[in-house]
Design a protein around this ligand. Structure first.
Ligand code: FAD
Length: 290
């Protein structure tokens, strides 16, 4: 199933993102998480692509395994980092041969220790080039990409970032998924600006329930997402009580999702961090309400 066909505001789909674990024990634990989330009938799940090394093969193996053994549509992420176009073609061929129909194409972050992104010789500098490449080759994937309601961390301005997003979408993207955000105002404003700029593909909000405050502070420093002052103060107050942090994080994300659904989003993508409880609580509450 092509994901673009299940992104529909009149029947929004929930989707779950995982990362490829480094160890076999981690993989076993992730597959248990997938089983626990399966009853929520996700429209699709996705598996991220590592910065390098052995977990990259695990992305291909995991999406293949999940699709084959659970029947859930599984999307692979793929980045330009460290890959020549021949290597990228090879990964895409393996995905295609495994029956994977959806790929999220990304540039990737600069490797640790590098201030700016430098493509390898024969590789790509921007996700847009990778999209163009996949469209020019003989593949029939449904293609997703990333977008940034608060602007990408490297961009000079949100206007520039939107201009680049438009070029990336025009190169052949079917839908985009947002970076995580904790304040829906950023999403609604972004969608409005994107539509005005002529970006007409579905824009799926990415939600990460806070379950560990230090971890969220680390992520938000990396990706530039704003934690609203009120939420930050509430988190500070309970940061030494793990259960209270989860309750607060789940409550905040549930309220965010309810508003997003009420205002007609085509789906909600959950950054699960390979754990099921918080996402189960949120989606359970959302499904109970309909
Ligand atoms: P691009 O769209 O190429 O944009 C990168 C930067 O370049 C932006 O600042 C943009 O404005 C600018 N730019 C783009 N085109 C041009 C141009 N023509 N001229 C000048 N500037 C330009 N990372 C991983 O390593 N693995 C993953 O699996 C992964 N999954 C992700 C999933 C989602 C939903 C999101 C939101 C992010 C994900 N990331 C992942 C992180 C992502 O790789 C980084 O945010 C990365 O820094 C940018 O990737 P991109 O595809 O958005 O890049």
């Amino acid at each position: 199933m092509k994901i673009r066909n299940c992104l529909n505001p009149s029947k929004p789909s929930f989707s779950f993102e995982f990362f490829p674990p480094k160890t076999d024990a981690g993989v076993a634990s992730l597959l248990r998480t997938v089983e626990e989330l399966a009853p929520l009938e996700p429209g699709f799940v996705s598996v991220t692509y590592g910065a390098g090394g052995s977990t990259r093969d695990r992305t291909v193996d995991l999406v293949t395994h999940i699709k084959k053994h659970t029947g859930i549509e599984a999307m692979a992420h793929l980045t330009c980092v460290g890959h020549t176009r021949d290597e990228l073609r090879d990964v895409l061929r393996r995905l295609d041969a495994a029956g994977i129909e959806n790929v999220l194409l990304l540039r990737g972050d600069p490797p640790l220790g590098q201030a700016t992104f430098e493509p390898v010789p024969g590789g790509f500098r921007y996700a847009e080039e990778l999209v163009r490449f996949v469209r020019e080759e003989d593949f029939n994937f449904c293609l997703g990409g990333a977008c940034y309601p608060e602007g990408h961390v490297e961009t000079a301005s949100r206007e520039d970032d939107l201009k680049h997003l438009k070029a990336k979408v025009d190169a052949g993207m079917d839908f985009v998924v947002t970076q995580l955000f904790f304040d829906n105002a950023f999403y609604f404003d972004f969608v409005e600006r994107a539509r005005r700029a002529g970006i007409n593909v579905p824009i799926v909000p990415g939600i990460m329930p806070i379950t560990n405050y230090e971890q969220v502070q680390r992520f938000t420093r990396m990706c530039g997402a704003t934690v609203p002052m009120r939420l930050a103060l509430q988190m500070e107050r309970v940061k030494d009580q793990p259960d209270a942090v989860v309750q607060l994080g789940v409550a905040h994300a549930t309220v965010q999702c309810m508003e997003l659904l009420a205002r007609g989003v085509p789906g909600i993508h959950f950054y699960t961090l390979n754990k099921s409880p918080a996402t189960r609580m949120i989606v359970g509450a959302l499904k109970g309400r309909s």
